[in-house]
Unconditional design. Structure first.
Length: 174
């Protein structure tokens, strides 16, 4: 309980630091289950989004907390919950049980299952997947279509690698 309160306080503080009230159209979004939410999904949020069950917006900058956090465009900041989905690019830290970013990831994905279209960063989980990325993957199973960096895990796959595309413990491509 103490750890949860600490994480919430840190996330709230980070959201307030990221947000500039002078330019933020909507600094707070409260969602029960989409479409039952304070602001329509077409409204960009810059600040804090609290999703009790499922929240959805076109873009998000700041702190995104909830059971299911869904952004149809780009997201920047910290995302925490059960499932985090970003259709566009994600910049920051995704800390969900399942992290899905269709666009580029620039930052960290930390969860049981992590997937990113591409980008630069670090994936830490049980299963990591990327179409193309520069960075580091640590998990039981790492899979990449193309990858420049280091994979650490029980099974490491870099599909585009000509020699030894599948290796146990460590795989790399530079």
């Amino acid at each position: 309980m103490k750890r949860t309160l600490s994480i919430f306080a840190l996330a709230l503080s980070a959201g307030l630091l990221v947000t500039s009230p002078a330019r933020a159209q909507k600094p707070i979004q409260l969602s029960f289950v989409w479409p039952i939410q304070l602001h329509d999904e077409s409204v960009p949020i810059e600040g804090i989004r609290l999703n009790l069950l499922y929240g959805r917006n076109v873009s998000m900058v700041g702190v995104d907390l909830g059971l299911i956090n869904y952004t149809t465009g780009d997201e920047t900041g910290f995302q925490w919950g059960l499932v985090g989905m970003t259709e566009g690019n994600f910049k920051g830290w995704q800390d969900n049980f399942v992290n899905l970013t269709r666009g580029d990831l620039k930052g960290l994905q930390w969860g049981a299952f992590n997937a990113a279209g591409g980008g630069e960063g670090f994936q830490l989980g049980i299963v990591n997947y990327t179409e193309g990325m520069h960075g580091l993957q640590i998990s039981l199973v790492n899979y990449a279509e193309t990858f420049y960096g280091i994979q650490v895990g029980v099974l490491n796959i870099i599909k585009s690698k000509e020699r030894f595309p599948i290796l146990p413990i460590v795989n790399w491509s530079f």
